[in-house]
Design a protein around this ligand. Structure first.
Ligand SMILES: Cc1cc2nc3c(=O)[nH]c(=O)nc-3n(C[C@H](O)[C@H](O)[C@H](O)COP(=O)(O)OP(=O)(O)OC[C@H]3O[C@@H](n4cnc5c(N)ncnc54)[C@H](O)[C@@H]3O)c2cc1C
Length: 396
């Protein structure tokens, strides 16, 4: 359980090669927003054989046939996904986030809750990255209080729902083809009794539009933006899952999935910062000695090592929980908060070990630090995750 199997090492190697050959040369242009990440993501899906594998697996599932063992294994072994996220995050956490949000949040929501028709029409194209997906819960006035303060509404009207509202800070929104959007179903009951549901929206629907990408501190290679819904007429067939009284729990499941992918991003950042700092501490000479001989530098390295080991263990345990079909929301929130904090701490310490060079773009550490800050905000802020842990534990 606490070590990579051969198939994991092969994936790790293949993604690292892809990053060296394709992603690293484009990092500057991606970070300056001169190019978008999506063509490169498609290239990665094709070159690693991920698109074909996912398509094959899902089509078999729709036909009701048994999946091939290897495909089944890949689907059940979430460690494969975590290793891809980790490897991408060593170079660009933003790139990993755009890919992971499309597939892991939008695509996965359709695959797990959708009808066969929805899976065929929207789920498979998103999972294979033929189409770009996004997952939209946050609103201008509903962030941490995403459900309670939600203003987006869906009014039933014959065979349709009429959707109105605004979503903000949505990863991939400016370019997404398929959007999972949360709204309250308004049948005239008081706001607090309106159930929250998710809908599949498709770019091009009348009344649906998106804003320009926001200018951000980090994650600059992952476009973020708004979604505007102005009387969007959505067929009932695009409701995701059957209409029920309340689906807060399924949205929370998705939040849990979003949070459980985050330690893998933190792992990529920490692993890269640690390796680079160790190498630099051996090579950089000051006062006639490598800086690695100074105890102040050694303490920083030892601290990084501790965080690296802890985060690896969290990733292994998260994968194990998933494989066993177990959910532990307190563990997910606690580890999301911890991993985000230590990823930022390690990135800042790595900059310190590199001195002035660490502050220069060329050394790539300042990008990792800028991207790491988002881990403390996205998928619920650190404080909100910690408060959730305390609430759940006190309720026991
Ligand atoms: C780059 C980026 C990408 C994102 N991608 C997505 C996406 O794809 N989909 C999506 O739905 N959302 C996305 N988000 C939104 C993200 O989930 C929210 O920003 C986050 O949940 C915080 O909400 P907020 O920004 O409205 O902050 P607020 O909720 O306004 O919080 C502001 C501050 O108040 C604190 N606070 C709030 N309530 C409490 C409380 N009860 N107790 C103590 N402290 C509190 C918070 O911890 C925070 O420090 C993204 C955000 C960013 C920046």
């Amino acid at each position: 359980m606490f070590e990579l199997q051969d198939q994991h090492k092969m994936i790790e190697q293949a993604v690292r090669q892809f990053c060296e050959k394709e992603l690293i040369p484009q990092i500057e242009a991606l970070d300056k927003e001169e190019i978008l990440p999506y063509d490169l993501i498609r290239k990665m899906m094709d070159s690693l054989g991920l698109a074909d594998m996912v398509r094959f697996s899902l089509e078999k599932r729709l036909e009701g046939k048994e999946e091939e063992d290897v495909v089944k294994l890949a689907r059940q072994d979430i460690l494969v996904l975590f290793i891809v996220i980790k490897e991408l995050s060593r170079v660009s956490p933003g790139f990993a986030m755009s890919w992971g949000t499309s597939i892991g949040l939008c695509g996965q929501a359709i695959i797990s809750k959708g009808t066969n028709e929805q899976i065929k029409e929207y789920g498979i194209p998103v999972m294979c990255f033929d189409k770009i997906g996004c997952w939209a819960l946050t609103e201008p006035e509903a962030g941490s209080d995403a459900f309670g303060a939600m203003k987006s509404v869906a009014k039933p009207d014959g065979d349709y729902y009429i959707l109105n509202g605004t979503k903000t800070f949505i990863t991939n929104a400016p370019y997404a083809d398929i959007m999972i959007v949360y709204a309250k179903i308004d049948r005239g009951q008081p706001k607090e009794e309106q159930p929250v549901h998710s809908f599949i929206l498709e770019r091009g629907m009348e009344g649906l539009s998106t804003g320009k990408p926001f200018d951000k501190m980090g994650m600059r290679d992952s476009p973020t933006g708004e979604i505007f819904m102005d009387d969007v007429k959505v067929p009932k067939s695009m409701l995701l899952g059957a209409e029920r009284d309340n689906i807060r729990d399924t949205a929370k499941e998705s939040l849990g999935d979003e949070r459980s992918g985050l330690p893998a991003m933190a792992l990529g950042i920490i692993e890269k910062c640690y390796e680079q700092s160790l190498k630099y501490a051996r090579e950089r000479v000051q006062f006639g000695r490598p800086i690695g001989e100074f105890q102040a530098v050694q303490l920083k390295l030892a601290n990084m090592y501790i965080h690296l080991q802890n985060v690896w263990n969290i990733v292994y345990r998260t994968a194990w929980l998933s494989k066993e079909g177990k959910r532990d929301f307190a563990f997910t929130c606690a580890t999301k908060a911890y991993c985000a904090q230590v990823a930022l701490e390690v990135a800042m310490d790595a900059i310190m070990i590199h001195g002035g060079y660490g502050y220069m773009r060329e050394y790539h550490l300042e990008k990792l630090a800028r991207d790491a800050k988002l881990l403390e905000i996205g998928a619920g802020t650190t404080d909100i995750n910690l408060l959730t842990v305390a609430r759940l534990e006190l309720q026991k």
